[in-house]
Write a protein that binds this ligand. Structure first.
Ligand SMILES: [Zn+2]
Length: 229
């Protein structure tokens, strides 16, 4: 993040002003750029900062940069990056009030590496999580929201309506480290996937590569599994 102290703003403005008086502004940043080189200031960063304050050429830098304060370039294009461990699509829209009434529960009868407790609520483990007990290497898994233990499969079942915010708090408050960054956005994303499924359905989870128009990305899936006994 670029930042200029009051002294630096002062120095830049008088440097630019002096040269504009002699040579005029050719509507580029040639003098600002010269100043940046002189002070070993990264040009790209400085340019972002100047433009944020309306300094689209040297004369505008002089006119528009506030003299009395230090100026700081505030990143607006992207939010502070938080690891996207559940691979939410970048444009995923969530509200903390989103309400759901299907969840995934652990069912010990399903066999298949269900180490979580019978009846426990399950959520997909974040990308990169290591199961605390044997899970096949080829599959991703759920985590029990109170035990933190893994399960390859769970079963969809109805619950009393729960909002994304309340569910997220319940999950994050479980004290399970892998689930500590599960916010209402993750909750809304996971629960909306579950709401497309049918009660009683046995399900598994994985990350699927999606090859879109722009670039390949991963997407979390919760999918039906067939249990053979
Ligand atoms: Zn100009």
């Amino acid at each position: 993040m670029a930042k200029l102290s009051r002294q630096e703003v002062d120095s830049l403005c008088s440097f630019v002003d002096e040269r504009i008086r002699q040579q005029g502004c050719d509507h580029t940043h040639r003098f600002s750029r010269e100043w940046a080189a002189l002070k070993s200031f990264g040009w790209d960063e400085l340019l972002d900062l100047l433009e944020q304050y309306g300094g689209h050429c040297d004369c505008e830098v002089f006119l528009n940069l506030p003299e009395e304060i230090e100026v700081e370039w505030v990143e607006t294009a992207t939010e502070p990056t938080r690891p996207n461990l559940w691979r939410l699509p970048v444009n995923f829209n969530a509200s903390s009030d989103d309400n759901f009434n299907l969840l995934i529960f652990c069912d010990a009868k399903l066999g298949r590496n269900t180490h979580a407790l019978d009846g426990e609520i399950l959520v997909p483990a974040p990308r990169g999580a290591k199961p605390r007990k044997g899970i096949r290497k080829s599959v991703h898994f759920f985590l029990g929201c109170s035990s933190g233990m893994p399960a390859e499969v769970g079963v969809v079942a109805e619950c009393d309506g729960v909002s994304a915010e309340v569910f997220a708090r319940r999950v994050a408050d479980s004290g399970i480290e892998e689930l500590s960054s599960f916010t209402y956005r993750e909750a809304s994303f996971v629960l909306s996937k579950i709401s497309a499924l049918k009660p009683g359905m046995p399900v598994g989870t994985n990350f699927m590569s999606v090859f879109g128009a722009s670039q390949a990305h991963e997407e979390l899936r919760i999918h039906r599994v067939v249990i053979c006994d």
